[in-house]
Design a binder for this molecule. Structure first.
Ligand code: NAD
Ligand code: MG
Length: 326
């Protein structure tokens, strides 16, 4: 993978771009503010009734209804939820696209599954910060950055990579390295990671472990500390020091117990499930399912969300986090 560092890159023509950031949520707010603080000309585009107008006003950043915000824009950043990007593209962006305009994405869902197919005369790049928006803003304010992935999807002008790197630097995604990938690779790996490990696997493991302990008569408080609270502490060690570094910081008993019991929980056969999930992502069947779920009014999404909210670990967690001052 090619890695770029932006310390010696000037912001150059990024300063002459009129940047329209669509959305003012997790990434939209962080990137719009970072770009503004880097001296860029930024306007945020929002739905007329959006509650984000208040947030933007408080942050002293210019925000307009999407149609107005797009007037004269040369760089359009899609920082809206993935499931609404096509709607906004079709209605507002596609009709005004001209050669010389650049489209920016922070995740490749809509490009990979061809929900958005920009005309060949558009430059299109992706900068995906490897972390949530508030962390991106926090890092920028400390003079730091988050690492990021970059992909050049279309390069009509021949200058897209230069602009993407400038964008990475100005938005707080440059200093720690910009790793070049493709839009498809970013999309597939991002979806796979969140489904199998980050948001899928970890949560199910924690819930089932908590259930097992409490059903055996262990108090919910003790079960919560062991199966939920401490996850962060171990993950921080893994994040900073890797598996071997983490192992050095835990007891020999924990290390031995983990190495011998872990594979029983995640046996080799589980790889078949990983492969199946990856296949669903690659073939576009997960994307289709998610789009359909949105069109059907998110019934399953809401039911599963409620199920998690009702889980006993949530009630215990709320109580303990309050008690220990989180
Ligand atoms: P978000 O849900 O936080 O953004 C919501 C914003 O979009 C709000 O300002 C809201 O008013 C606006 N919005 C919602 N629905 C809209 C609609 N129908 N029309 C117009 N505006 C609408 O989104 P996010 O999590 O910041 O994600 C933005 C993009 O960044 C996505 O492509 C996502 O995959 C990507 N990304 C997110 C993260 C993250 O940490 N959240 C990390 C990397 C990449
Ligand atoms: Mg994602």
């Amino acid at each position: 993978m090619k890695i770029y560092r932006t310390s010696r890159i000037s912001l150059g023509n990024l300063h002459s771009q009129k940047i329209c950031v669509l959305g003012y949520g997790s990434q939209g707010r962080a990137q719009a503010l970072n770009l503004k603080d880097s001296g860029c000309d930024v306007v945020v585009g929002l739905r007329p009734q959006s509650s984000s107008f208040k947030k933007a006003k408080k942050d002293k950043i210019l925000a307009r209804p999407i149609g107005d915000a797009l007037q004269g824009a040369t760089l359009i950043c899609f920082l809206l939820p993935d499931e609404f990007q096509k709607e906004v593209y079709d209605r507002y962006v596609q009709p005004i696209l001209n050669p010389g305009m650049t489209l920016m994405f922070a995740h490749g869902f809509n490009l990979t599954y061809q929900r958005i197919v920009p005309p060949s005369f558009s430059d299109v790049f992706l900068i995906a910060p490897k972390g949530p928006g508030p962390k991106l803003r926090e890092a920028y304010l400390k003079g730091d950055a988050l690492p990021s992935l970059m992909a050049i999807h279309q390069d009509f002008s021949g200058h897209t990579k230069k602009l993407a790197l400038r964008y990475a630097k100005a938005s707080g995604c440059g200093k720690r390295g910009v790793f070049q990938t493709t839009v498809r690779e970013e999309t597939i790996s991002d979806l796979f990671g969140e489904q199998t490990v980050l948001c899928g696997g970890v949560v199910e493991l924690m819930k089932m472990a908590f259930e097992t302990l409490t059903e055996s008569g262990v108090s919910p408080e003790a079960a919560y500390f062991e199966c939920f609270h401490e996850v962060k502490l171990i993950v921080d060690l893994l994040h900073e020091r890797g598996i071997s570094g983490m192992a050095k910081a835990i007891s020999h008993t924990a290390h031995y117990g983990g190495m011998t019991r872990g594979p029983r929980l995640v046996p080799f056969e589980t790889k078949k499930v990983f492969k199946k999930i990856l296949k669903e992502i690659k073939s576009g069947s997960f994307a289709k399912e998610w789009i359909l779920e949105n069109q059907k009014g998110l019934k399953k999404y809401k039911r599963l969300t409620q199920q998690n909210m009702d889980h006993s670990v949530e009630k215990t967690g709320q109580k303990i986090r309050r008690l220990i001052g989180y």
